[in-house]
Write a protein that binds this ligand. Structure first.
Ligand code: FES
Length: 204
């Protein structure tokens, strides 16, 4: 008597038994695990009343998936607001700091309790922005990083190129949070798809 179910295995089922597929699945599992550890899914640590927290960039595109920056706290960053005192401190190099967060290379710049996050690579020819100097431009005191390669000025708040004028280029900028324990978080609109890239060397 037929019960309507076929005993023939479906060809759509994934075969988990071969070593290559197993290693691919392990790779994805590790990626998911490390992503889950990095993302802050709760607002428990974050209080808008705290003097240490900040969201500094006015984002048109929503970037509210916050990843914690590993191994670095705000006290490890050179404070450009306290330039004179900080320059005496030989333990902290006078520069921004480059970190990898959500698979993006990001330059962080501290101004007091605010941390600015901007893509590390200059929109001109890819110069390393984290080693650039900081200056304020014009009467509006627009806070800019100066690219060390050809001296373009890029606004830290918006990522727009301010000098030379008329360049229709910009860097991606990200909102940040500083938690009470000094940890820094950077906001993204999505989890980087590089976490889930299939290793081409795996032969299916
Ligand atoms: S690479 Fe930054 S100004 Fe040219």
């Amino acid at each position: 008597m037929s019960n309507g179910l076929s005993s023939k295995p479906s060809t759509n089922l994934v075969d988990f038994d071969t070593p290559s597929k197993e290693s691919h699945i392990n790779h994805l599992r590790k990626s998911l695990h490390s992503v889950a550890k990095s993302i802050d899914f709760s607002d428990e640590n974050y209080s808008r009343q705290s003097s240490l927290d900040c969201i500094i960039v006015n984002q048109k595109k929503k970037k509210d998936l916050f990843f914690t920056v590993n191994e670095i706290k705000i006290s490890d960053l050179f404070d450009w607001k306290d330039y004179k005192n900080q320059s005496q401190n030989r333990n902290i190099p006078q520069s921004g700091t480059v970190v990898t967060c959500n698979n993006h290379k990001i330059a962080l710049f501290r101004m007091g309790y605010e941390v600015f996050a901007i893509d590390e690579s200059c929109p001109h020819q890819g110069g390393p922005l984290h080693v650039g100097d900081i200056e304020t431009l014009g009467e509006a005191h627009i806070l800019c990083v100066i690219c060390p390669w050809h001296k373009w000025r890029i606004e830290l708040k918006t990522g727009k190129v301010k000098l030379p004028r008329g360049r229709d280029k910009r860097n991606e900028v990200y909102p940040t949070r500083v938690l009470k324990d000094g940890s820094i978080q950077v906001g993204f609109s999505a989890i980087s798809d590089k976490f889930f890239k299939i290793d081409d060397s795996i032969d299916f």
